[in-house]
Design a binder for this molecule. Structure first.
Ligand SMILES: *Cc1c(COP(=O)(O)O)cnc(C)c1O
Length: 381
């Protein structure tokens, strides 16, 4: 029997000694490693401005703080995503307005965006679902037409490109996650990106209390003024040290993910009871976070039996995500969304199994997962 965990961070001696080196010194924040990680990251994504932040969620929140939105304002949010996409709007007092997703990609339904825009709308947030880029030309056209800001939740989109442009630089701003099982990790952490210099300059201060002068720019140490209600959303040097090393591995990670994704799709090809979400390609360069197998109606109500069957055969799985965000209790109760239907998001949430294509796995593992899924499906019928 194979052991196939859904996610596992890949940490080597390089990361371990980089952390020890930070701990052997005295500079734990405001140091050179966060700067280096930012420079290397913008090099990898091909330009723009990058700022380390405490998490992807912190980066998304800063986008809305930058915009100055609050009660009475609205932001379009896809129904099928991590709750952070909506929470980051909710923190400001503005209202997330949920739009269903496309059944074949899991990405926000762009016709649905247009229908949801109101005079109160201030921004559109998109999620490159599990690493598959959204059709951003269409989103940007809508945004220009209605004078809206475009926020990319790029938590799972490191390596995703749309028409050759990396996620996080296609809309106005983006935010990446370095949570342990994402494409690369810093334990906790994120990267805020933007193609606008003025947004980058303000967010750099918003993530650090709103200081007018950063450490290093101060004429007298400790002397500064504060002209913004900033947060403490910085990344520390220990995390940044891990990030610098992880980023060196990202090319290899992405190649492995693409190979695993292709191998797993092939292994699932002749299983009639499952259909995979879109594979990307062409203008839509997929970052292959994981592969979502949507179960046929005939077996969908056996999902937990299938998940448990796979687990007993050593195959770890996950669910992306546990339900449409508007149907999670907080949003369901606050905005009375229980009866509003998001059929495509609900189908992906409730009828699918997420299978790993992570770089800790190889082609043999993918063939094994395909065989085990067949075996489990055969047994439950
Ligand atoms: C993981 C995830 C987040 C949250 O990232 P953190 O770094 O943990 O804040 C946000 N959005 C999506 C789509 C995610 O998958």
């Amino acid at each position: 029997m194979r052991n196939i965990p859904f996610g596992r961070p890949i940490i080597g001696d390089e990361e371990r000694s980089a952390v020890l080196e930070v701990l052997s010194g005295t500079q734990f924040v405001h140091g050179p490693l966060a700067k280096k990680f930012e420079t290397d990251f913008s090099g990898f994504i091909g330009g723009g401005y990058a700022h380390t932040v405490a998490s992807c969620t912190a980066g998304l929140h800063l986008a809305y703080v930058y915009l100055g939105i609050g009660p009475g304002d609205e932001v379009i949010v896809p129904a099928q995503t991590h709750v952070a996409t909506a929470h980051s709007v909710e923190y400001t007092g503005a209202r997330p307005v949920f739009v269903d997703v496309d059944a074949t990609t899991g990405n926000i339904d762009i016709d649905g965006i247009e229908a949801a825009i109101s005079p109160r709308t201030k921004a559109i947030s998109v999620v490159h679902y599990l690493g598959l880029p959204v059709d951003m030309d269409r989103v940007n056209v809508l945004a220009r037409k209605h004078d809206l800001f475009v926020v990319e939740d790029a938590a799972l989109a490191l390596g995703a490109r749309y028409k050759g442009v990396h996620a996080g630089l296609i809309g106005d701003v983006g935010s990446f996650s370095f949570y342990p099982v994402k494409h690369i990790t810093t334990a906790e952490g994120g990267m805020f990106t933007t193609r606008h210099a003025e947004v980058a300059a303000k967010v750099a201060r918003l993530k650090a209390f709103g200081y007018d002068k950063m450490v290093g720019e101060r004429v007298v140490p400790g002397l500064y003024d504060v002209d913004l209600l900033g947060y403490n959303y910085r990344m520390n040097e220990i995390e940044a040290a891990i990030g610098v090393q992880q980023l060196k591995r990202v090319g290899g990670f992405l190649t492995k993910r693409a190979e695993n994704d292709a191998a797993l799709r092939k292994a699932l090809e002749d299983i009639d009871e499952v259909k995979c979400l879109a594979a990307g390609g062409g203008d839509f360069e997929h970052a292959h976070y994981c592969l979502v197998a949507v179960l046929d109606d005939a077996v969908a109500d056996k999902r937990y039996d299938i998940i448990n069957g796979l687990r007993d055969l050593g195959v770890g799985t996950s669910v992306y995500y546990p339900g449409p965000v508007p149907h999670l209790k907080y949003y369901r109760d606050k905005y009375d969304l229980g009866r509003v239907q998001y059929p495509n998001a609900a189908r992906i949430s409730n009828h699918s199994i997420a299978l790993s294509v992570g770089p800790h796995l190889d082609e043999e593992d993918m063939i094994y997962v395909g065989r085990m899924l067949k075996q489990v499906l055969g047994a439950i019928k």
